[in-house]
Design a protein around this ligand. Structure first.
Ligand code: SAH
Ligand code: ZN
Length: 715
């Protein structure tokens, strides 16, 4: 399972140092209005609550296929041991809520030992086990399995003859499964033990897709009638970063990729202990290309053989290659992943191609080559970004930079607003707008880059494209920019991509509004500002599956997990925001209300001292049959003449129809604790539901927008 997704692309990182004077500590937090970071005091238990709240336990426990197949396979294993006249001793490594141990106990195991490394979960498991009446049957050890000992004075008096464990993530081995199994077989298990699951196969499918390649690198920017903007040559030959690109593969539009191969089995992991698990391996698998194309991506997933004779199979395959569509299960704790080849390889139909697969103890990486080329590809030791761009820029941001539609809107707006003598000022992070504006013919560009990593990238692009005479990078926070920084020039145009590295949610681009205000001393009343407006919008929706990440589990396969639900809820109330970022193109939903404006900012109004409303109220009306379990918020950026860059729906939204979300933004999601249901009976009585959003914006008091949600049924 995917426990803690703290990769920088998904969540903010906190830097922490302890204060010895109190039970609190200081953490670095971002002011989303000014873009500055500051130290704030936080309760010492905050991390603890955040870890619990953000763990994917709830979603995993809603994975019915997983739960049922573990139960079934455990039953089979226990029966096999009984049939041989053996006593049954089960070990559950990583017990979480205690679920698999309670299954084993209920199936009549003679002894059950559960271990759990994460202390809060171990405490929780102890209570759950007690409450379900298995307190005397299950021995709980709050330790990592590799610290568990066997012997008269040890944690376990004797070795176990059945191991049940679920320590997998999207990459199967990323949570340390190889080490956990290896140690268990050596120290904790009998030689003829049964292991649930017993093995796993890993599959890849090679695809050709311009769409997928947008997540790999910054591509050259073609500008009609002008020179291209070229990426630095070493970035195109860089092997990239090891960072996992996990995603819900079956949400990829089917017309956006062509499969060049069938699914190919690249690794088998035998957990049974009959053969040692190897930490480092390479495999080569050959295929004949199914059509012409280029290898842009290597898709990966795995399956589990739960029982020893392979009758109970649990597959993470996406729908188009799933072995049993009836069993297809939505899950977020195990997704699929995309890997990028070191070079985009052109292939013709029937060409013989090999996939080179590698794994270490915790990581996977893949490459492709023509059949007869020598084995050693550039990434034989694993990807290792030497160009700096792959470590500084997230996949989503690569996609955003390469998105042709988004780019065209900005280019059109620039073309309309620049003349030969235009002096332009850019405000964004790591943006290529200064290069585009220069190619389109402005006289001089200044670009404010306060983030050193982003500045380095922009510098590299400027150098590669020989534009250092026309573009000056100002490495300062906008608050500190003076008229000297722009060489005493009068700035005619301020432009910003809607993007800042620290922005977690679409409206954090409010930083642009703040920056423009700070820069008013170098602007004049006629200065054009692009985008000229930001509008925060909202819609009520019904998520098909996403609700499972927060919904209480209640009863799971006959076991009461209420204590767990309470633990998660308490931590979530402390550590979770009311609105959280999610890449919604991966999580389908239907519109359940019209789209409403929540707040509009006029970016051009940088001189007036006009006060903005500190609070707005928005009402979303749900008056058709069905349910509603969430609210989605996003921002639109107006580049003039009706040209809008959106971080929301790509199309007009229609009530009760699926919303197609932008691929390169995360939207703000509020999941309702109590979903709304409107029945046909309700409609006959003209009963409907109104969801109210109260939005607070107090730039001098707070460092972010605050949203509060409430609902009422009306008649
Ligand atoms: N078995 C539970 C929970 C699975 S989640 C269920 O199936 O519902 C995996 C759990 O294993 C996490 O709580 C994690 O903290 C724990 N874990 C992972 N590796 C471990 C190890 N080597 N020893 C003990 N706990 C481990
Ligand atoms: Zn790189």
């Amino acid at each position: 399972m995917k426990l803690f997704t703290f990769s920088f692309s998904r969540f903010t990182c906190y830097h922490r140092f302890e204060s010895h004077l109190s039970m609190s500590s200081f953490v670095s937090s971002i002011n989303h209005i000014s873009g500055k970071s500051s130290w704030v005091m936080q309760d010492e238990n905050y991390d603890y609550h955040q870890e619990i709240a953000r763990s994917a336990y709830a979603d995993m426990l809603h994975d019915t296929e997983r739960n049922k197949k573990y139960f079934l396979a455990l039953g089979k294993a226990i029966q096999l041991k009984r049939d041989k006249g053996e006593k049954v001793h089960v070990l559950d490594i990583g017990t979480g809520t205690g679920l698999l141990s309670m299954m084993a106990a209920s199936l009549g195991a003679d002894t059950v030992t559960a271990c759990e490394a994460f202390k809060p979960m171990a405490d929780c498991a102890r209570k759950i086990i007690q409450q379900n009446g298995y307190g005397n049957k299950i021995k709980l050890i709050p330790k990592r399995s590799t610290h568990v000992s066997v012997g008269p004075d040890g944690d376990m008096s004797h070795r176990a003859n059945i191991l049940v464990t679920e320590v997998f993530d999207t990459e199967l081995i990323g949570e340390g499964a190889i080490g956990t199994y290896t140690h268990a077989h050596k120290e904790l298990l009998e030689e003829n033990c049964i292991v649930v699951p017993s093995s796993s196969n890993m599959y890849v499918q090679v695809v050709s897709s311009e769409f997928i390649s947008r997540w790999k690198d910054i591509q050259p920017i073609k500008l009609q009638g002008c020179d291209d903007v070229r990426p630095p040559s070493d970035t195109t030959s860089c092997s990239g970063a090891i960072a996992l690109h996990d995603l819900q593969l079956q949400q990829l539009p089917r017309d956006q990729f062509t499969c060049l191969s069938e699914p190919l089995k690249v690794f088998r992991f035998d957990f049974s202990g009959k053969k040692p698990l190897v930490s480092n391996r390479q495999s080569e698998v050959f295929f004949e290309a199914l059509s012409n194309g280029h290898v842009d991506g290597i898709l990966m997933w795995w399956d589990l053989q739960m029982d020893t004779n392979g009758e109970i199979d649990l597959s993470c395959a996406p729908d188009w290659v799933h072995p049993n569509l009836k069993e297809l299960q939505w899950r977020d704790h195990w997704m699929q992943a995309v890997y990028y080849p070191s070079n985009i390889l052109p292939v013709l139909k029937d060409d013989k191609v090999k996939v080179i697969s590698n794994h270490s103890e915790y990581n996977l990486w893949f490459d492709v080559a023509k059949e007869n080329s020598n084995g050693n590809t550039k990434i034989s030791n694993g990807p290792d970004c030497f160009c700096g761009i792959h470590t500084a820029i997230s996949r989503t941001r690569f996609g955003m930079i390469n998105d042709p539609d988004r780019r065209q809107i900005i280019i059109d707006a620039l073309r309309k607003n620049i003349k030969d003598d235009t002096v332009c000022l850019c405000i964004s992070d790591g943006s290529l707008l200064p290069l585009i504006a220069t190619r389109l013919g402005v006289k001089q560009v200044y670009t404010v880059e306060s983030n050193p990593l982003c500045k380095r990238i922009v510098d590299r692009f400027i150098e590669e494209n020989s534009l250092s005479e026309k573009i000056k990078v100002i490495e300062k926070h906008p608050e500190n920019v003076t008229i000297d920084d722009v060489d005493g020039n009068k700035v005619d145009l301020v432009v910003g991509e809607p993007y800042f590295q620290t922005s977690m949610l679409p409206w954090h681009h409010i930083q642009f509004w703040h920056s423009v205000k700070c820069l008013s001393n170098v602007l004049h009343p006629e200065t054009i500002v692009l985008p000229c407006r930001m509008t925060i919008k909202a819609v009520a929706v019904d998520f098909i599956d996403l609700w499972k990440i927060k919904a209480p589990v209640g009863n799971c396969e006959g076991f009461d997990l209420d204590i767990f639900d309470k633990l998660i809820e308490a931590s979530s109330d402390i550590a979770d925001e009311t609105v959280e970022p999610q890449p919604l193109w991966e999580y389908p939903c239907q519109a359940r209300s019209d789209v409403k404006n929540v707040y509009t900012f006029d970016y051009t109004d940088f001189v007036s001292k006009k006060t903005l409303p500190c609070m707005t109220n928005t009402k979303l009306n749900i008056n058709s049959h069905g349910s509603c379990n969430g609210i989605v918020l996003w921002a639109d950026f107006d580049f003039g003449d009706g040209n809008v860059v959106t971080t929301g729906p790509r199309d007009i939204t229609v009530i009760n129809k699926k919303i197609e979300w932008d691929y390169y933004s995360r939207q703000g999601v509020h999941l309702l604790k109590k979903p709304v249901h409107i029945s046909t009976e309700d409609l006959k009585l003209s009963k409907h539901c109104v969801i109210k959003i109260e939005t607070k914006f107090e730039p001098f008091k707070s460092d972010d927008f605050a949203f509060a949600f409430s609902m009422e049924y009306c008649q």
